[in-house]
Design a protein around this ligand. Structure first.
Ligand code: ZN
Length: 127
């Protein structure tokens, strides 16, 4: 269950942002190429978050579709899971989106919402 490793990274960011205050909700942007299962992520969260201020937090995953550009034929595509060019089959592709794992929001008990300042204005357009 590779979600445990991912959760540890996310939890570190969340705990730093919350500064020890109880966390009610966490919103995480996750690329589909990471192949994260929401149920597994939730289980992993209970595991790694135990006895921390974030142990009861609800985790929301905001899935970002994969987007690649082929280096061979320059085709751009949104592959389901593997970063392969659907036109020519090449694996020499640049991943434009879909491999990220970013904490978007942390909501504290009491309702204060902390937004990740690095994300302001950088949200990829959804089509
Ligand atoms: Zn191609």
């Amino acid at each position: 269950m590779h979600e445990v490793g991912l959760c540890e990274g996310v939890l570190g960011v969340v705990l730093e942002a919350s500064g020890g205050r109880p966390v009610r909700r966490v919103r995480v942007r996750v690329g589909t190429l990471l192949r994260v299962w929401p149920e597994s992520f939730d289980q992993a969260w209970r595991l790694v978050g135990e006895a921390t201020p974030a142990e009861d937090a609800a985790v929301e995953l905001d899935e970002v579709p994969a987007r690649i550009r082929c280096r061979s034929c320059r085709h751009e595509a949104e592959p389901e899971d593997l970063p392969l060019c659907p036109r020519c089959g090449s694996s020499h592709v640049d991943v434009l989106a879909g491999d990220e794992l970013v904490v978007e929001e942390v909501e504290l008990e009491g309702g204060a919402v902390l937004r990740n300042p690095a994300l302001d204005g950088s949200r990829p357009k959804e089509e």
